[in-house]
Each structure stands twice: as C-alpha cells, then as structure tokens.
Write a protein that binds this ligand. Structure first.
Ligand code: G4P
Length: 526
C-alpha cells in the first residue's frame, strides 16, 4: 500500500476564508495560476457571488449555480496535489461554510490590512478552533494604506484567540510599500506593482546583508532590522507542531491582487500544511491510510434547472482508495451503491474520475438519496461525527397554501432539509411546522424551490424568536418539569430531539439559571 501512502502524503486539502472583500477570490485565483489551473486572471472572479448585500437571491443562486464549478478546485503544484474548497461569501450561507470546514485539513485566513479582523472572520475562526484546524493568516492589500503590522498582529492574536508568528515582514505599506522580507526562507522580495507577473526576488544571506540596503535604501533597511529584532524578541521561534495542533498561526504579508507574497505563502503552505488527517467516526477513529474506503457527504448542491431535479453530493474521502463503479455501502440506508459518473474538478475542468484518494472530494450525481452527513464505506458501519447544525436564529411558520399539494410540499421540505438548506422543527404546543435558518435569504430560496422543483406552494408566517437550542438532562424528572413549564415553547427536530424555543436572550438566560439540571446545546451535535 505504499502507493496509497504516497498519494495521501502529497495531498493538501484546505479552504480560504475571509470576511467579504478581504481578497479571498483574488487569492484563490492567484493560487490557481501557480498550479497552471487557469491562464487568465479573472476566471474565478466572474463566478463569485457578489456580496453587495443583495437580497436578489435569484442572482445569487444563478451565480451559485455557476460556482459549482469552483466548489472544489484541484490542481498540481510541484509534487503536491492541492484541493481548495470554496466557501460562499454571503453570510446567509454561513452554514454551508461551516460544513465545508469539516472537510478540510487546514485553512488560510485572508485579512485586509486596513480593516483588520472583521466579524465573519471571527465567527469562522471559532469553527476552526472547535476542530483545532491549523490556520495560516495572509494579511492582504499591503499596496494600499493600512494599519501598522504590529498592531495587526496584536489584533489577530486578541480577536482570533490564537498565537501568531510572522513568517514574512513588510517593508513599508501603501504608496511606499517596497516588498517583504521572508523570515521563513531568508530572502527579500521586491515589489513591482503588476497584476500578472511575479516580482523580483533578491537572495540574501541574512538580515545584515548589504544587498538589503542597496535595494530598499538605508533608512528602510534599518527599520526592517529593528522590526525583525523586535519580532525575534517578542515571538517565540516558529514551531510547526504548534501550528499543526491549531495553537499557532503563521502570518504572511502581501498583495493578492499584485500576486505579491502569494508564492511565498504557497511554498510554505505545501511544506507545513497537514496531509489528510484521521477522522472521528462514532465507532472509532479512521486513519486515511486504511485500505478500506470511507467518506462522508458534507455538501449537496442542487441543480437550479427545474427540469432536472438532480443534485451533486460532495463526498470527502477519509480513507482508502475510491474507485468508480465499485460497490460501496450507504450506511444510513444499508444499501449498496455504485457510482458510474463521479466527478472532480481538476485544473478548472470537470472530469469523470476513476479513482480518488483521502483528501480528495468527488462529486456524485444524486437524485435525492443523500443527506448531509451520510457515510459511504466499503462495508463497515461507520457514522462520521462533526457535521453539526447550528442554532438557527430566524424562524417562520411554514403554511401550505394549496391543500391538493400537501404531499409534494412535505417531500420538498424533507429534501431541502436533507440538503441542509435550513432546519425543520415541529412546535409541540400547536403542532405547527417551523423552519429555522441562519439567514433571511433561505426563506426565499425555500419558497422558490418548493414551487419550481416540487410544484408546492407555501406561505410564511412570521414568528419572533431569539434562538432554538437543543436540551437534554440526565434527570428525567427535571426534564419533564422543564418541558411542562415551557410547554408553549417546546418543539422537536427531525430526529425527534427536544428543542427549546427561546423568545429572548433574557428568557434563555433565566431558563439556564432556573433549571441547572438541564443542558442547553447550541449545535445539534453534543
Ligand atoms: P472576497 O472574495 O474576499 O470578497 O474579495 P475579492 O477577492 O473579490 O477582493 C475584493 C476587492 O479587493 C476586489 O476589488 C479586489 O480587486 C480587491 N483586492 C484584492 N486583493 C487586493 C490587493 O492585494 N490590493 C488591492 N489594492 N486590492 C485588492 P473590487 O473593486 O471589489 O473588484 P474588482 O472590480 O477590482 O474586480
């Protein structure tokens, strides 16, 4: 099985995350250029979801439809096989992003040097922290005026709650930006603003090399030396194991748009980023180098064409070799399945793949068999953990407006929930169905898709709630007492678990202090 180990060791599967506008799309595109995956800058850009806080979700969906093509981008760089998983920029699709993060082995965070850490970055970092995902930070847009890099480092540390260690250091910023000193490799990269070419590199021995003075001038060279001395004094030496355990984030500076600092980032990334990691199933830990195949569905992408109600289920391969037309077990249904047309995007082209390895993602055409979190194996009963739903924060009752189509409505709702579009609860007090989401757009998406894909019509009835949370207790009496007291606010989720619908933060806090024996959970996995 040496071949399997070799394939695993050369794989790097990661996601780039950022607050909208920090430069995720631009960076992705430049990385693809290095892999020879695209030849013209701008190719990814045209696919991206414009995040102008548009409420025109049709436009967003259209772009999302196109962006299936960029959901997973594979390319070869040096001897490495790199898989970049795209995450939607719009915050209403945050749940999609969270799930995508369960399928990656590491993450690159892009931060705008002028804006520092923004809201969405903070939230996504929380998800990384939950899973100890190794993180590299790229501080972008150094060609523009921005904040002092030391200040940015402090902010990263405080806001993202992770230790940081600069591995490159900028020489000035904005109009005076001259380049970066690569602390990791001891080289000096000079900045020549250009959108298509790579800037020049000056090889130097160390920070005292006179060639630095020659290239950036004495004043800036002196400032650089001073900064580096400070860095060496303040930050401990870079320890790759600290990074791999998710405790320390190396930081790079550059300008994605100008392709500056991107190669340094990529070169360091392939060297230090983790190979596919073991994955926890309920039953046991699965190691990638095990012979038997296993994988899980982390994303289902619906086809927006109403004439073909088909989807693509994205499967992350966790162990063994995946082969086209082999028989695999769909653990939830117990059925054996064969996949004749699994696809992968390699160098921007969608291809049928004959085999794939841990770390890879294959797209499987599906007509409603799969559900987010489903496991496929060579035969073993495995259930992967770690695809939690988060407490939704927006709620509406869903009402059928065409009694002749109630079956279609039920089926449509079931399938959309399987895809992870939103969460369905049944209020135990009045028996009504309510849908919880993380973003307003989902309600429009659901209504539109129910009509166009299932021929079912629905109406929304507003419901003002603060949060839904899962509750449990080891003390049956305490649980019964809670449910009795809060009977108007109790619901069950699709798995029949108890859910408390808190109508305000105050009510939730009171409930937590009044009922100490009840555990309140804010993700579905506990
Ligand atoms: P996102 O995916 O994180 O949302 O960000 P995206 O890459 O789309 O970048 C957001 C904007 O920032 C884009 O400008 C992009 O060109 C710009 N940008 C990215 N990297 C850099 C950089 O290193 N320096 C500078 N100065 N700008 C950068 P836009 O005006 O929104 O789009 P476009 O009209 O330029 O395409």
């Amino acid at each position: 099985m040496a071949a399997l180990t070799e394939e695993i060791n050369r794989r790097r599967t990661f996601a780039i995350i950022s607050h909208p506008d920090a430069g995720k799309t631009t960076l992705t595109e430049k990385l693809l250029l290095f892999g020879g995956a695209i030849h013209i800058a701008g190719a990814v850009k045209s696919n991206k979801i414009k995040k102008t806080a548009t409420s025109d979700w049709m436009e967003i969906e259209k772009q999302r439809g196109i962006s299936v093509a960029t959901s997973v981008m594979g390319f070869n760089y040096k001897d490495y096989k790199i898989n970049i998983l795209d995450t939607p920029g719009h915050q209403d699709f945050a749940e999609d992003t969270y799930r995508t993060l369960t399928a990656v082995d590491s993450v690159i965070i892009v931060v705008d040097v002028a804006k520092g850490v923004e809201m969405q970055t903070r939230k996504l970092m929380e998800v990384c922290r939950m899973r100890n995902t190794p993180v590299i930070i790229f501080v972008n847009k150094l060609d523009r005026e921005g904040r002092d890099p030391f200040e940015i480092l402090d902010e990263l540390e405080a806001e993202l709650k992770i230790a940081v260690r600069p591995l490159s250091w900028p020489i000035n910023i904005g109009a005076k930006f001259k380049g970066v000193y690569n602390i990791y490799e001891h080289s000096l990269d000079l900045f020549t603003p250009s959108k298509q070419t790579i800037s020049s590199r000056v090889e130097i021995d160390d920070v005292n090399d006179a060639r630095i003075d020659e290239n950036v001038g004495e004043t800036d060279a002196a400032k650089l030396r001073e900064d580096l001395e400070l860095i060496e004094g303040v930050y401990p030496e870079f320890d790759v194991n600290e990074y791999l355990s998710g405790k320390l984030a190396p930081v790079f500076f550059g300008s994605a748009l100008n392709m500056f600092g991107v190669k340094e980032l990529l070169d360091c990334f392939v060297e230090i980023a983790p190979t596919p990691r073991p994955v926890n199933a309920q039953e046991r830990e699965i190691k990638p180098e095990e012979d038997a195949f296993s994988g899980f569905v982390f994303k289902i992408h619906a086809n927006m064409d109403p004439n073909h109600r088909s989807c693509i289920a994205f499967v992350k391969i966790c162990s063994g070799k995946f082969e086209r037309n082999a028989n695999y077990k769909h653990v939830r249904s117990g059925k054996m399945m064969r996949f004749a047309a699994p696809t992968a995007f390699m160098a921007q082209k969608k291809n049928i793949v004959d085999e794939a390895y841990p770390g890879d993602i294959v797209g499987i055409p599906d007509t409603g068999n799969f559900k987010i979190g489903d496991t496929l194996t060579s035969g073993e009963e495995l259930h992967f953990k770690g695809l939690p739903s988060f407490s939704p924060e927006m709620f509406k009752y869903i009402e059928n407006t065409d009694p002749m189509k109630s079956k279609q409505l039920d089926k449509g709702i079931q399938q959309l929930m399987d895809e992870g579009v939103a969460q369905l609860f049944v209020n135990q007090f009045n028996g009504r169905k309510l849908i919880g989401t993380v973003g307003q757009l989902q309600f429009e998406v659901i209504q539109y898709r129910l009509l166009h894909e299932y021929g079912a019509q629905c109406r929304w009835e507003p419901l003002s709630l603060y949060k839904a949370c899962w509750i449990e207790s080891e003390d049956a009496e305490a649980l019964a007492a809670f449910k009795k007291r809060k009977h108007q606010f109790m619901a069950v989720d699709r798995d029949g678990r108890d859910v408390f619908l808190a109508d305000s933060n105050y009510v939730l806090q009171m409930a937590q202090s009044d009922f100490p024996k009840i555990k309140f959970h804010f993700t579905s996995e506990f």
